[in-house]
Design a protein around this ligand. Sequence first.
Ligand SMILES: Nc1ncnc2c1ncn2[C@@H]1O[C@H](COP(=O)(O)OP(=O)(O)OP(=O)(O)O)[C@@H](O)[C@H]1O
Ligand SMILES: [Mg+2]
Length: 246
Amino acid sequence: MSLLSLHDVRKRFGSVEALQGVTFEVEAGTVVGLVGDNGAGKSTLMKAVTGIHRPDSGRIVFDGRPITDTDPGEVRRLGIEMIYQDLALARQQDVASNIFLGREPTRSVLGIPIGLIDRPRIESEAERIIARLGARIPSVRYQVGFLSGGQQQSVAIARALTFEPKLVIMDEPTAALAVREVDHVLELIRGLKRQGISVVLISHRLTDVFAVCDRIVCLRQGRVIADETTAKTSMNTVVGHIVGAA
Ligand SMILES: Nc1ncnc2c1ncn2[C@@H]1O[C@H](COP(=O)(O)OP(=O)(O)OP(=O)(O)O)[C@@H](O)[C@H]1O
Ligand SMILES: [Mg+2]
């Protein structure tokens, strides 16, 4: 069954036709690579899915529900999380606070919330999520700004998991990482899949895409020009699609 399906999605910014009728599906429990040159429309397409951009036309269905005109908060509630390249973390705050950024569990007295942040609970919940993810974070009390790029990526994924998503979209999660860290982030993506969470991986790094994706969708100038099972294509073929070789 397809978890996410896009049909003929179009989006124009002034004279730029960023999406010119995009159609594809993401099956439940799979990892789909979304590749394409700079400006191909990858980020725009995923922002259309998460409700940040409203498509000019077309149809987006998630988990059996039309979400074409749904706002970002509701899309999140339905189970889609997007992790942006800048990660949107608070670098001066620690790991635990970042995982619950803006919605820390509060203490209650006799069942009445008293508005104080329940720090012990935040820490234990953060530790539980990190363990579930298998992330390498030495302590949830570490300040995020001092963590490595890969660790920061793990914190962003851990944060996404607190929303109990069915689909996680990642925009260039390995772009700025050292080799060993890339391997760890790819392992985290495999872990999400093992937990039944689907992933859309936007990446320019084809080695990473081939390492974790079941399928590869290639966009060029706002159109899907290839949609292939990873096992049945090759890096050369995909590079050809991206650059537009015949
Ligand atoms: N908010 C916007 N306003 C105007 N034009 C935009 C906007 N967002 C994207 N575009 C344009 O839409 C096209 C697709 O951009 P998009 O960011 O989706 O590409 P991309 O595939 O994510 O590229 P990259 O690999 O560089 O991240 C580009 O021509 C871009 O300049
Ligand atoms: Mg982009």
